[in-house]
Design a protein around this ligand. Sequence first.
Ligand SMILES: Cc1cc2nc3c(=O)[nH]c(=O)nc-3n(C[C@H](O)[C@H](O)[C@H](O)COP(=O)(O)O)c2cc1C
Length: 359
Amino acid sequence: MPQLFSPFTLRELTFKNRIFVSPMCQYSCADGVPNDWHMVHLGSRAVGGAALVMTEAASVTPAGRISPEDAGIWNDAQMHAWAPIAAFIKSQGAVPSIQLAHAGRKASTFSPWRGHGKVAEDAGGWQVIGPSEVAFSPSYAQPHEMTLTDIRATIDAFAEAAKRSLQAGFEVPEIHAAHGYLAHEFLSPLSNTRTDQYGGSLQNRMRFPLALCAAVREAWPTELPVFLRISASDWKDGGWDVAQSIEFCKQAKTVGIDLIDVSSGGNVADAKMTIRPGYQVPFARAIRESAGVPTGAVGLITEPVQAEQIIGDGDADCVFLARALLRDPYWPIHAAQELGAQPVWPDQYKRAGVNAFGK
Ligand SMILES: Cc1cc2nc3c(=O)[nH]c(=O)nc-3n(C[C@H](O)[C@H](O)[C@H](O)COP(=O)(O)O)c2cc1C
């Protein structure tokens, strides 16, 4: 059997295969409340055979949204709206998962098809916060440096969001510490110039992200896993890099993180990235080997043979697919056909697996 279709267990939760839906903002909410679009979008990918279906970044506070149309999990209305979506995903044999996020200095921006850069405060935007008063770029908002009270409140917001996620029926929360959003901003010396216990040394820069991990873990049942998404590199000299990522992941593991979802970039506008198929896979492998924690690989993984090789070679324990799954929600079923595994159509679609000659 192809390794891509072998089951995988973390704590007491078993995934039916190694294909996970990567978080993807849909920019389609009002007041952070998911709706029919999210049910059909996420539900289709559960029907399509992915083992885990993760929501888009769900903000833990209103100010943590990337755009005004982002999803949220900071109130009960959002929790109640997520519940049937999580239940449907689970009914299809997939694990429902939610990404918990705060966009920090990259909040209050236009969603991609509505504009570019910051949404002004008098046009539906809001004051953004970050570790330091360093803007992402001239077209982004100028952040307020977070006070110790802001830091405490944000850690509490992640814990509250985790509790609501559990009530909504999600089985895996993922803490978003990648792509230049708040937790990543604390990690990188390019965005964090603080002089208190949350800035300066590596240990100080990791303090806030590790506190988020600990708070979410504490709110989550022991038998269920917690994921962490990181950017393994800023792709810029003097920034966050693989060596620091390995140390961070080692410590994240000790506070109860079960899998690292290894992405990269997003924290500086002038990063020098080389983008090619599987370009982030070596990061997933380095962290898996050196931090001794399961990893997921992501980024330009599009072909079944490529995904099979990543799992078979031990580069990562699972693959997160984003755009390939937008193009084809049935990617896992098609991959099973291509790799010679048993394709699992839902009962209602079984006849799709039979050709014109009844075979
Ligand atoms: C439409 C879209 C929305 C995205 N939104 C998120 C998000 O909410 N959270 C996140 O961590 N990454 C987000 N990403 C990044 C993807 O999860 C993924 O890491 C990236 O697209 C690379 O994978 P791919 O080559 O399979 O698309 C988004 C990507 C796309 C295409």
